[in-house]
Ligand binder design. Structure first.
Ligand SMILES: [Fe+2]
Length: 259
């Protein structure tokens, strides 16, 4: 009886898997699990003022996967130099601020590592200023900090950056608006459909409850996926604190995308 129940369960599982698969040029391609309600940011989140103009006003059109969505560029780890993933060694002297190590793994929705994934980051310097002409915040630029880096994941899906902890900065979303410390991430997974652009935050940041961008993801558990964890394993004695930030591309536990 128990064996029969198990067989029935397995058949149902296979049926569901087939339902999620689509035929593309004769090849069956597994589709991603659908996401839970509120686990990705709402297109329209009124407290985040820019989303009012940016959000679609009509229902979204579902586009079936084709080769264009399930394939993507492939990245060779040799494309990236040591300086690309160490933002503290891109200039003649070291930048000001607290050195940190940010590392983690890039995984698919079934916790399988995604190797050869391009991970790009950009961030403000320790004073909360981007080296970008649009950023006119009255905080000092650091001639020894550009704030951009890139890495390619290894066979276990791991990446690692050395950088400085970014400063909080004001923005004009509302009166007295301040962004929590964050690092921007952009990832190319194995397909264009696995592209992810998001932001990593730091544990215990007092500004998180007040940040409309962080809070545009309604589901608390999904929102917490955006917060890195302090990590003794990668903390370097007398050099830098370690933060771990794992990312999941697509599917039911996907890291929320920045909208
Ligand atoms: Fe930012």
């Amino acid at each position: 009886m128990r064996r029969l129940a198990l067989r029935t369960k397995q058949k149902a599982k296979k049926r569901n898997a087939n339902k999620r698969a689509e035929s593309i040029d004769g090849n069956m391609v597994a589709a991603y699990h659908s996401i839970g309600v509120g686990t990705q940011p709402n297109h329209l989140h009124r407290p985040y003022v820019s989303s009012i103009k940016r959000s679609p006003t009509r229902p979204l059109v579902k586009i079936p996967y084709t080769l264009s969505e399930i394939t993507g560029p492939s990245f060779d780890p040799k494309l990236v130099s040591a300086a690309d993933c160490d933002l503290t060694r891109q200039h003649e002297a070291h930048p000001l601020g607290e050195r940190i190590v940010v590392s983690g793994r890039v995984l698919d929705e079934n916790s399988r590592p995604l190797s050869n994934t391009l991970v790009e980051i950009w961030q403000a310097n320790a004073a909360g200023r981007y080296q970008h002409e649009v950023d006119q915040h009255d905080a000092p630029l650091d001639p020894n900090f550009t704030g951009a880096g890139r890495a390619v994941t290894d066979s276990e899906g791991r990446y690692r950056f050395v950088t400085v902890r970014p400063g909080e900065y004001p923005w004009r979303n509302h009166h007295n608006a301040w962004r929590p410390a964050h690092i921007h991430f952009s990832l190319f997974g194995p397909a264009f459909a696995t592209r992810l652009v998001t932001q990593m935050y730091f544990p215990g940041d007092q500004l998180l409850p007040f940040d409309p961008i962080f809070n545009s993801t309604a589901d608390e558990k999904a929102r917490r996926r955006l917060i890195s964890v302090f990590d003794w394993e990668t903390t370097m004695p007398e050099h830098a604190l370690g933060y771990r930030f794992d990312l999941i591309l697509r599917g039911r536990n996907a890291t929320p995308m920045e909208k």
